[in-house]
Ligand binder design. Sequence first.
Ligand SMILES: [Zn+2]
Length: 221
Amino acid sequence: MSITDILVIAKYRFSLIEVDAWDLWEGGGYDPNPFISPEGTGGGPPPETIYFKRVRCTIPDQAAKRISDHIDFNLVGSESVEFSATILGAGGGYFQTYQDKIWTSLDPSEVSIHFPPPDGLSSVVMTFHTHPVSLEPSPTLDALNRYPSPKDWEEAARIVNAYSANHPSLLSLKLAIRGPDKKIRIFNFSDRARYESKSVADKIAGVDLPPEVSSTASCEP
Ligand SMILES: [Zn+2]
């Protein structure tokens, strides 16, 4: 057997995000990733819905915006559930969605982020996921959720730490977050320490938030 996917499960429950990682094996089925989640949690990943959407852009940040626009205009439940995609270099100066897919969970409070097999991780440039508005109305939490969560940084670090020795390009990994305000912002993994050192008050005030990505001009229609 060989690994065909690494499935990272981020369970978003109110202000708490729990993360676990699984490997999808050829022939179907999941096992806890022995490196990323050595303890495993049992029970397997949650049911998922997959939407096929080919996104191709020459600027990866704009690919994240294109995915977000597609979610807004086409996908049911986009207000209240999390969506994810992984953006890869596709050759010829293009970047595209991994497997031309956007994932969501059937649960409004969790989403998976899929990656290519470990030997293909060098092509990964960005992960995209959404932070929906709070289940319980909370302007404070919505403001904090414009930023990657502590668990988002932690999970990105696990991938980078596990694979960057063989794939140094992962050190330049970017996290595209669509906040509760529906704005796309791009965070460099390398800036983790700078963002994680910010206070709650700073985040509520929006200190150091990256500019919104508002163009899809480099994307194929
Ligand atoms: Zn997140």
